[in-house]
Write a protein that binds this ligand. Sequence first.
Ligand code: NDP
Length: 277
Amino acid sequence: MADGHDVTSFLIRLNNGVRMPAVGLGTYKLTEIEAYASVKAALECGYRLIDTASYYKNEEWIGKAMRDCGVPREEMFITSKVWNTEQGYEETLKAFDRSLKRLDTDYLDLYLVHWPVTGKRLDTYKALEHLYKEGKVRSIGVSNFHVRHLNELYAACQVLPVVNQVEMSPFLYQKELLQHCQTRDILVTAYSPFARGKVLKNRTLTKIGKVHGKSPAQVIVRWCLQKGMAVIPRSSNEERIKENAAVFDFSLDLEEMQVLDFLNSDLRTTTNPETVP
Ligand code: NDP
């Protein structure tokens, strides 16, 4: 689909009216130096969405890359998350301030509850609502929430989450969760779309990619977009960072999408949220 979009301009409207780029750079496991170089390269080649978390311990270096890249702050979309040990109302407010300080910015575009920690998640979300009402964050949301966690949240919240960031790929196609979120106008952001690189030699992906002159990684990014999700692949390599965003000049047809759906094997590379204490 030569739709005239690129990684900078393809934005998705969130349920609060804010626009979020559909493709961003993930930064989990990037060391300080890798985080600086990858985020700077990504911002310079057109990415505007950067996904981090206090848990990743690289916010400070991402902040430096944001400062050095020459892109105005208001053009960027920065996501961070409150870690499990920082949850609770007061603790979350403090964790947010620490993230802002490390990122050297005075607001976040999106702040997420990283995991649905039992006994803490609702108070944590209340703190996010407070930050949202104070104008310190443009949008708030959750991560790793299953339908039962979301249903509990709807009953307690005043501000609907704009995003649920969950593990999603053709190999872990959480169809019911996706449909639930779409019914509620909550954008699903797909994390670990490449199952940490483990699936990129798959023959079906390679075959479909060849038809379009695209790589297996690009086929997965495209599958995510055509499912109506945002997606945040990580790479520490400048060429692969560019490759993962070069997905706006082709589209998968219905048959190809269905073939990809059948790759589902419930392959999870991160903890199952049901096992989080
Ligand atoms: P991904 O599924 O994005 O895979 C990353 C791996 O794929 C790296 O080893 C990378 O290697 C490789 N890779 C990237 N692009 C290509 C390519 N074009 N060709 C070949 N190999 C490639 O893993 P992540 O788990 O990092 O998920 C992405 C992001 O999602 C995270 O970085 C984080 O921001 C977020 N996330 C959120 C979680 C949550 O709980 N909310 C949990 C986990 C992730 P190389 O660097 O050498 O290119």
